[in-house]
Write a protein that binds this ligand. Structure first.
Ligand code: S3P
Length: 164
């Protein structure tokens, strides 16, 4: 089976849904952020602080292109679609599922989170602006788009299974 990639904005449930799909299908799940943290031995916040976003994006591309793709689920960081190179790679190598959620839902999910350097400060404003810049890129990359707002993990997994 070709790789299944989950893309989408921060807080749309990629990690939760990826883990649930892995359990349902008995497949390993790789998370690009987790792989970056393992490789660098420090948190994403710390990587951004010490080396900046560009450095993080380079690592993200390296990791993306090196995680196993056959018979795996791969969950990605929300900014993976920023680079054309990554979008092309994702489209060429597997099935890309976009998870979507409303700004209010995303805000609820990330309200108390301090692990995302791009959401420091006014979270609502950051989410609205970043989502505006990125929305089309997710759409361009994904072959399946799943709305997650108001749905259970089970419902979302079933929708993905129907869409594949
Ligand atoms: C980012 C999303 C984060 C993480 C990093 C940057 C982004 O992953 O990769 O903080 O640019 O949207 P999640 O989407 O899992 O929060």
């Amino acid at each position: 089976m070709q790789g299944i990639f989950l893309v989408g904005f921060m807080g749309t449930g990629k990690t939760t849904i990826g883990t649930a799909l892995g359990e349902r299908w008995g497949l390993p799940v790789y998370d690009t952020d987790e792989e970056i943290i393992k490789k660098e031995g420090i948190s994403i916040n710390e990587i951004f602080k010490r080396n900046g976003e560009d450095y993080f994006r380079k690592l993200e591309t390296q990791i993306l292109k090196n995680v196993p793709v056959k018979n795996c689920i791969i969950t990605t960081g929300g900014g993976v679609i920023l680079k054309k190179e990554n979008r092309e790679y994702l489209k060429s190598i597997g099935k890309v599922i976009m998870l979507n959620a409303s700004v209010e839902e995303i805000l609820k999910r990330v309200e108390t989170d301090h692990t995302r350097p791009l959401l420091v400060g006014d979270k609502r404003e950051k989410i609205v602006n970043l989502y505006k810049d990125r929305f089309e890129l997710y759409i361009e990359t994904a072959s399946i788009i799943i709305e997650t707002t108001g749905k259970t993990v089970n419902q979302i997994c079933e929708e993905i299974e129907q869409g594949l």
